[in-house]
Design a protein around this ligand. Structure first.
Ligand SMILES: CC(C)(COP(=O)(O)OP(=O)(O)OC[C@H]1O[C@@H](n2cnc3c(N)ncnc32)[C@H](O)[C@@H]1OP(=O)(O)O)[C@@H](O)C(=O)NCCC(=O)NCCS
Length: 183
């Protein structure tokens, strides 16, 4: 009897953080520093490993970014090992994050950076309603092309955002780019 492949998400813990590091090293051209991984251990539902038939094949790591009177979710990394792409694993990870922000109900948008030539990721995020809102020249220090697009998915109208007191949410003080070790 054949059974369907399973895709499940699991917590990042001190026991499996090395798997996350290894995965990120393989999937992303950017190196993430120790602070990134310390913060990830505190991120709760915002950091997850993806298992395909019990094997770690992907991970998503996000954090809350507060700036300009906006509360936004920043996707630091969302990636899947190459042989396991186009199987719906990225979708499962993104839907987890989308469920989180929708349940919270107090986010203005979700955003991330991608290298301008990362057509696969751009197509993936556009499918979920993201738009290119900005190009950051020389965003990356050690990889080519160095330019990044900012992709953003708005979650509520701007007029509504202006009336919200952002001092009451579960916030942290990071600026959007600080905990990322740029390559
Ligand atoms: C982007 C990424 C996470 C997508 O993960 P995935 O598991 O392959 O995504 P899914 O299988 O859920 O794809 C969902 C849909 O997105 C679109 N999509 C995904 N990858 C695509 C690609 N390479 N080209 C065109 N469309 C793509 C398709 O519409 C796809 O649906 P379909 O397979 O039914 O056509 C994966 O390519 C990846 O890990 N890339 C490297 C890391 C990265 O660049 N991350 C983005 C920056 S955080």
């Amino acid at each position: 009897m054949t059974s369907r492949a399973s895709i499940e998400l699991g917590d990042v813990t001190p026991h499996n953080i090395k798997q996350l590091k290894k995965l990120n090293t393989v999937v992303f051209p950017v190196t993430y520093n120790d602070k990134f991984y310390i913060d990830v251990l505190e991120a709760g539902e915002l950091a997850k490993l993806a298992y395909y038939n019990d094997i770690v094949v992907g991970a998503v790591c996000c954090r809350i970014a507060n700036s300009d009177n906006q509360r936004r979710l920043y996707i630091m990394t969302l990636g899947c090992l190459y042989p396991y792409r186009r199987l719906g694993i990225g979708t499962v990870m993104f839907n987890h994050i989308l469920n989180y922000v929708e349940k919270d109900g107090n986010f203005d948008s979700i955003f991330l950076h991608v290298q301008v030539n990362n057509n696969g990721a751009i197509a993936f995020y556009k499918k979920f309603g993201f738009e290119i809102v900005e190009t950051k020249e020389n965003y990356y220090k050690r990889i080519k092309p160095a330019d990044a697009y900012v992709l953003e998915k708005t979650l509520r109208p701007k007029s509504e955002c202006n009336n919200i007191d952002h001092n009451n949410g579960p916030v942290n003080s990071h600026d959007s780019d600080k905990s990322k070790a740029k390559s």
